[in-house]
Design a protein around this ligand. Structure first.
Ligand SMILES: Cc1cc2nc3c(=O)[nH]c(=O)nc-3n(C[C@H](O)[C@H](O)[C@H](O)COP(=O)(O)O)c2cc1C
Length: 371
């Protein structure tokens, strides 16, 4: 068993976070992750899509035991209550991942307000529904709302500057996400090997830091701990599991991905890492022409990006929902090339922990010059 500041802060057994991943729901994945002794995160970005991507909304509500007629807040309330019901007897701990990027602020507020209300109305949930995990925006404006409600607050950043902003906001734990990661990534690339120790050094010993981007097994979890982190968040790895709510096409594509199997092209709220397929290669070509800031680190305003570029992505995700392999666009991290199976979540967690523990314990034996 590896105890860290993360396991102690959240009361979880293992220092692993199952990442929030949209646009499909993570509802069943989150339940399995929480029950396996790690932090399970519910994704919420699919709830945003009722009018502009009803196919995503449909997939989302189906696994939430909700209805197409429900509004965003009602769907989330049903998801939270369901997750609580399915994790409480196993001592599971879970949270919600809410993107707070500028384009989504109205919706983010509805989701965070709903989360706070549902927990207040159901106080027994507090031992299980412990976390609000914000991403893709500035944490500072959310401080009073989240802190006053008593949640443990995690925020994800791609830079030291972002980490210092988290410290100012009073975030409880910082997730430093490197450019290897799946789906949305930063405009300016810094990869986990550099970012994670840089954030640990900048933040000091008080606040736990978790690594994200490229972590997918015992070796990489042990590496995160060696770099000073209190754990690792894993997205792509958990996407490809039996319980994951993602479409089988997407899961299979992660497993099929080989050496140099991802690319960076436009995503809805900025650069995104996609699994390499004919359709994402075409999207890359379109991005070079229509959103070159993705490659030069200069953010372009969402409102000025040609709508057909964004539509291409939406069509690609719709193609996943309809099982259209040729047109499908599927996001995933570089570590997809290291993912070779579709295990059950509990088996995956057990294997990761066995390997990480062995590596941490036996590391000195590999070093012939250690005295
Ligand atoms: C398919 C997919 C969807 C994702 N969706 C979200 C999301 O909705 N919100 C978010 O904050 N991060 C999202 N992420 C990023 C993950 O939360 C996580 O930080 C990332 O997957 C870590 O890198 P890894 O894929 O190498 O494990 C997504 C990642 C993937 C692969």
């Amino acid at each position: 068993m590896l105890k860290t500041k993360l396991t102690e802060m959240l009361g979880i057994r293992h220092p692993i976070i199952q990442a929030g991943m949209g646009p499909f729901s993570n509802n069943n994945l989150c339940v399995a992750a929480a029950n396996a002794g790690i932090l399970g995160l519910l994704s919420t970005s699919g709830i945003f899509s009722k009018t502009d991507q009803p196919w995503v909304y449909k997939a989302f509500v189906e696994t939430a035991e909700a209805s197409m007629d429900d509004d965003m807040a009602t769907v989330l309330e049903k998801v939270l209550k369901r997750t609580y019901r399915l994790t409480k007897d196993n001592g599971g701990v879970f949270g919600i991942n809410v993107m707070v990027s500028a384009e989504l602020l109205d919706k983010s507020k509805v989701l965070i307000d709903t989360a706070i209300r549902v927990r207040e109305e159901n106080p027994a949930m507090k031992d299980h529904f412990k976390v609000i995990f914000t991403s893709a925006g500035d944490p500072v404006p959310w401080r009073d709302k989240i802190k006053n409600a008593g949640f443990t607050w995690l925020h994800v950043v791609p830079s030291v500057k972002g980490a210092l902003r988290c410290q100012k906001a009073g975030v409880d734990c910082i997730v430093a996400s490197g450019h290897e990661g799946g789906f949305h990534i930063a405009w300016e690339p810094v990869h986990s090997m550099v970012l994670l120790p840089a954030v640990v050094d900048a933040i000091g010993a008080d606040l736990p830091v978790v690594g994200a981007g490229g972590f997918c097994d015992g070796k990489t979890l042990a590496a995160a701990l060696a770099l000073g982190a209190a754990g690792a968040q894993m997205g792509t790895r958990f996407l490809a599991t039996q319980e994951s709510d993602f479409h089988p096409l997407w899961k299979e594509q992660v497993v099929k991905t080989e050496d140099r199997g991802t690319l960076v092209a436009r995503g809805i709220v900025g650069p995104a890492r996609w699994l390499k397929t004919p359709s994402s290669v075409q999207h890359l070509q379109n991005t070079i022409v229509k959103s070159p800031g993705v490659f030069s680190g200069v953010p372009d305003d969402f409102t000025t990006v040609p709508p057909d570029l964004i539509q291409y992505e939406r069509d690609g995700i719709r193609a996943v929902c309809t099982g259209d392999r040729e047109k499908a666009m599927m996001a995933g991290g570089e570590c997809a090339q290291r993912v070779e199976d579709l295990p059950k979540v509990q088996d995956l967690v057990d294997n990761i922990m066995t390997d990480a523990t062995r590596i941490v314990q036996t590391m000195p034996h590999y070093l012939t010059n250690v005295k």
